[in-house]
Design a protein around this ligand. Sequence first.
Ligand code: DC
Length: 232
Amino acid sequence: MSVIAIDGPSGAGKSSVSKGVAAKAGWGYLDTGALYRGLTWLAQQEGVSTPQEISKLVRDSKLNFNLDPLNPMLVAKDPDDKNKTKDLSEVIREELITNSVSGISAIPQVRAELLTLQRDLIEKSMAEFGGVVVEGRDIGTTVWPDAELKIFLTADVAARAVRRQAQLSELAEVSANSVADSLAKRDSIDSMRAASPLRQSEDQIVLDATYLNLEETIQALWNLIEERKLNG
Ligand code: DC
């Protein structure tokens, strides 16, 4: 049973790398950023803004994540029909959410509430798939400190902005400079917050993907998994 924790700043390629490694190993995949984004979306939809109200949205189990790396999906209970769920995977990538999510993720009560959900999903993935690749900002430091492998995946801000711009250009026209500004702003809020900030810890292995493409980054991580005999 292996938990691979992949932390790092926005736009370093955590999602593509984590999904690729999980699919290769036959493990589950958990995108914890999607949970924070989903909660931000729910809070906006329901017009709530206090820490108590936002935490309640998690407690009412409005959010769930499909852990299959070939079909990862963030879902929420449909407000119009409690027996149905709604796929939020696309709406949570919108700019309105991206610009507000760091603020909501800085609220300690919200983090505490999501911690339970994240741990439950990790346990579920281990039971179903025998392992899980989890990406976020505080997985190795807070969510699952006993992870068998902890990675800090990073790349310089210019490289991250170019990649993020390529993803966003499918949705809207954006300049590399504005993307770099938005990444830097989010990194700063995520790293400066008091509750469980994004930080590099001594037991993480730093993987700098500035000069690596996706396949090379997946391979570098795969080599570490094999070296440690974590696969099977
Ligand atoms: O990985 P992402 O860009 O989708 O994450 C969205 C936001 O969620 C990010 O700005 C910080 C927050 N986040 C967090 O605080 N802790 C995590 N484990 C994952 C994400």
